[in-house]
Design a protein around this ligand. Structure first.
Ligand code: F0G
Length: 487
């Protein structure tokens, strides 16, 4: 299934997603020759997190903290009101959150995981269980630190099937929710967590119909719902494209409908609204007071929570802008275009196209490798050799499994090609597609990678990897052969 792209029709040219913005500030990029790319990759230990930005042509590792700013955001940053307490900028943020999220009380945090730390420390206690559609790394770490644990509600058969027509793979399975409540008991389940556009299964949305069912079940037992709204604007955008009832609804109305179904909403503003910061919103004064205690201890005064007032102003402006479909459509429409083109060539992509990034199913792409060969990490390395493109290992190598479980397999072997908001042009997108198609045609040249330096904490970010054999050299040589003098 492919979402309807731009409302603008073309006469003779092939229909492509059309941008509703123009570039005002640019940053110089360098595309190194393939031999230098290979050298840089080796220096980085074949791990994209260890690469230096100066060696990267297209940084498609993440959409977090790398989104383009608007002229209005830059302007807003100039009139930020610096004050330890009682800053006018905080009132501006509060108003934006009330207008868009529809909750009365706002708790700021310096980024998404800090918001999670505040929420979980204040509201989750020893022995609690948090059912959720699917986990995100920082979320479950914070729940664990608070003494709680999590259970997943996603339907594994649909969610982990990369090649699918299911428009809402992020939905929670209500039967699994009922079983979790029966197993752990209501008293141990203070919250159900729903993550908008479930990040780690490929940015896949939930439907409003599903959220309503979760709400009904939560109400039956008196459980509260927390919404991770980090990718909410895009989830709502896909709802307007894929859920009949919302076909003629605005993004703002859809976002509000979703938020009204949750009791507490938190998000990383590094993806939603801006490129820094975090926000929590609730209607409960009791929750707000409990969280303020944590903020004041770990983040800063309750009016800024670790952010500068400039960032606070930029988030407030950015939240309104995220409700403008013509701004928000850019990343999901580019992703949809990319996934369609790559799939048509035969590249195994996660379908339907999600948000945040286009995702390759590396297990299928490299069906000659096993999960122990770290196929997603290997495709990331190979894509860098092919085009200086930095992507993220969303597979076994990229999971933050503890060292004691170093032989554990991830649910999916994904390579995430992120599309930070309004950053890359269509020609850069086509370049990335081109290099991916070349790599697909030479996929059997991709070999295994292995951790080089275990045991180590946070292996996925820090551990160098080593190739098994000399396949990276062979791939670079093949590139030279096929592309001649070209970079
Ligand atoms: N929740 C979700 C759904 C996220 O995707 C992220 C971050 C966070 C919470 C934590 O927010 O980074 O501001 O502390 N995702 C980033 C990514 C890291 O690359 O997808 P943060």
């Amino acid at each position: 299934m492919h979402i309807i792209m731009s409302k603008v029709k073309f006469y003779k040219e092939k229909e492509v997603p059309l941008e509703f913005h123009r570039v005002k500030i640019v940053q110089k990029l360098t595309l190194l020759p393939v031999e230098e790319r290979l050298h840089a990759l080796r220096e980085a230990g074949f791990n994209s997190y260890r690469m230096q930005q100066k060696d990267v042509y297209l940084d498609m590792l993440t959409d977090s903290g790398t989104n383009a700013m608007s002229d209005r955001q830059l302007g807003a940053m100039m009139w930020a009101d610096d004050a330890y307490a009682g800053s006018t900028s905080f009132l501006t943020l509060e108003k934006a959150v009330q207008d868009i999220i529809g909750k009365k009380y706002v708790v700021p945090a310096h980024q998404g995981r800090a918001a999670e730390h505040t929420v979980m420390t204040a509201l989750v206690k020893e022995g609690d269980v948090i059912p959720m559609n699917y986990h995100f790394g920082t979320t479950i770490t914070q729940i664990g630190l608070a003494g709680g644990r999590f259970v997943e509600l996603i339907n594994k058969e649909t969610a982990f099937k990369s090649d699918s027509e299911n428009p809402f793979k992020g939905n929670a399975d209500i039967n699994l929710l009922e079983s979790a409540i029966a197993e752990y008991g209501v008293s141990r389940i203070p919250y159900i967590r729903m993550e908008a556009s479930t990040n780690l299964i490929g940015g896949q949305p939930f439907s409003v119909a599903n959220l309503r069912e979760v709400r009904r079940t939560a109400d039956k037992y008196g459980i509260r719902i927390m919404l991770d709204a980090t990718l909410l604007a895009e989830n709502a955008y896909l709802v307007t494209r894929r859920e009949e009832e919302f076909r003629n609804k605005s993004l703002k109305e859809t976002v509000r409908t979703i938020c009204d179904l949750a009791d507490l909403v938190y998000f990383s503003a590094r993806k939603f609204g801006f490129a820094k910061g975090g926000v929590i919103a609730t209607d409960s004064l009791e929750e707000k007071y409990k969280m303020d205690q944590v903020t004041a201890t770990y983040e800063g005064f309750i009016n800024y929570g670790g952010m500068s007032t400039k960032e606070i102003e930029a988030i407030a402006t950015g939240l309104y802008e995220a409700m403008d479909e013509e701004y928000t459509c850019q990343s999901p429409d580019f992703i949809s275009y990319f996934v369609k083109e790559a799939s048509e060539y035969g590249v195994p992509m996660v379908t339907p196209a999600g948000v945040l990034g286009a995702q390759i199913d590396a297990a299928k792409f490299c069906d000659h490798l096993t999960f122990r060969d770290l196929p997603a990490a290997a495709v990331c390395a190979a894509l860098y050799i092919a085009g200086g493109i930095r992507t993220m290992d969303g597979g076994t190598g990229g999971e933050a499994f503890p060292d004691s479980e170093s032989d554990r397999k991830a649910d999916m072997e994904l390579v995430r090609i992120a599309f930070p908001r309004r950053v890359f042009t269509l020609s850069q997108t086509i370049f990335c597609l081109d290099r991916l198609k070349w790599l697909f045609d030479h996929r059997h040249m991709i070999g295994a990678l292995a951790f080089d330096d275990l045991p180590m904490l946070q292996r996925s970010f820090r551990s160098p990897l080593k190739p098994v054999g000399d396949w990276p050299e062979k791939l670079a040589e093949q590139f030279r052969k096929d592309f001649g003098e070209s970079r």
